[in-house]
Write a protein that binds this ligand. Sequence first.
Ligand code: GAF
Length: 385
Amino acid sequence: MNEVADAMHGFAEWYGRAPIGAWSAPGRVNLIGEHTDYNDGFVFPFAIDHRTAVALGDRDDRVVRVASSFAPEAVEIHLDELTPDAVDGWAAYPLGVAWALGEHGADLPHVRGVDLYITSSVPIGAGLSSSAAIECAVAVALDEHWGLGFDRPTLAKVGQLAENRVVGAPTGIMDQSASLLGEADAGVFLDCRSLDADVIPLGFSADGLTLLVIDTKVEHAHASGGYAARRASCEAGAAALGADSLRDLRPDDLERAAGLLDDETFRRVRHVVTEDQRVLDTVRTLREQGPGAIGPFLDASHVSMRDDFEISVPELDLAVATAQANGAIGARMTGGGFGGSAIALVIDGLVPVITREVLAAFAEHGYREPSIFAVHPSQGARRDA
Ligand code: GAF
């Protein structure tokens, strides 16, 4: 799909004139580091080659109007009326970004309105951050059009604020950071406390490896229960242990934690503390030995999410187990959980057999047919036209 051409074409059809520019931002796969971002910990995602594009046209008044290929109606609002509660549904993502830019210091009372048209090839609800892709595409577009000059870490915070306050999902900073900072063939190793980011070559294709996404088609939403409950458990666990955040604990501290926390909170804490360590181990191993050696950390991450953090579902477990049983280097669910996608790092030659076996296993269990496809680490948000 050529998202940018589609966005420009869609804009022209919808608004009856050509746009003045088009920007795009990718979805992401998180290689490792799940539910660590809002605990001030470490993550290692990469931007994928599925993007959301936004075409933009200027206006003489102060109305912002958004239309898209995925909703039948356009939504519009006067900038003077833009508050977190004034918008909902899909338009909360793009319009939430406009509001959040103001919260970060953009002089919204003095900018003119815009028309936007959005298209996307990031599957929705698949755990690949379709929401961050919209936020980041709109953020870079408005930042440039309104001459704001915000840096990328600030735009990541803008996207996160839109998601937290306007969409209402208590998510962390990972997805927007991956979408804005990603580069071709590289992962973004992010310290979510300092926001220091290291862009590290992944070298999958050079080493004959493919990163497969297995979209289970079990839809998740982070504005609802489970995600917020996990976050609350982590905060309660940190408080009970006298830590500012779980980032401040090491695996050595877990024995003490076991004596102080109830079983469920302890397991939530153990996931985050060991996951932070797995991110560090993955990055070190990747640097020292290459991507073919990181499999055990991916596998262990899945077990931790399944048993300790309890955010997997049977379809994700089946995808992971089947990929592993058929020779994947490593496999795990990716993203917030409760549905969405698994990933499997696979030797190129095994892609057909792993694809076939996962499809067969899903059919045998009577699960909905998953969508299985390769993704490539790609460039982050950019201006395209
Ligand atoms: C979702 C959230 F948006 C991220 O901030 C992160 O917490 C992730 O779930 C879990 O690692 O994608």
